[in-house]
Design a protein around this ligand. Sequence first.
Ligand code: G3P
Length: 220
Amino acid sequence: MKFFVDTADLREIEEAASWGVCAGVTTNPTLYQRIGGKLADFHNHVKRICEIVDGPVSAESVALDRDGIVREGEELASLHRNVVVKIPTITEGLAATKILSEQGIAVNMTLCFTAPQALLAARAGARYISPFVGRFDDISEDGIEHLSNTVNCLANYDFGHEVEVIAASIRSANHVLQAALMGADIATVPFKVLEQLMKHPLTDRGLESFLADWEKVRNA
Ligand code: G3P
């Protein structure tokens, strides 16, 4: 499974990239708003992310009609060869995905919650599909089970082009573990969760005792 970082924060993206684990970046309007992003800076911000990470960088269209989504998608795609246009899983989004994918523009269909939505997204030409996990947990449903349905359904078919599942709305190390066990292609992970993935009390305890014993060797 590949790791994307789910943030618009350039410092977090730089740090994750420096660890050698960041194969791509996903952003959305909320993540951009959270860093105090301004509308006028958005395109430059996307370009800066593309300069940090040499991999797919998802930038979201906010139009709701197919022509508007296509127009925004073409603009976003023209910013950098690695830009992936993020489009919501709605019928107008499907139509826009068909048009953009026929132009060779990669689309990430987001806000995907069911396997049938994912199957339609793949048929329409989506290169990436982002089933959301945590938001199901928020409403007391099992987000991992929904993700698993999507991964399994997509694996049954050949769509005539590469389709990768991005497990999104990831909130915990367990979400990452479950996504990897079921073979999700990618997990897009908030920076905080990426940090948590590397933490284990036995690692800390082991390191502490190795260093203490090395101190004894030094002083012997
Ligand atoms: O990339 C979008 C997705 O990961 C959002 O996650 O935590 O807002 O449900 P969340």
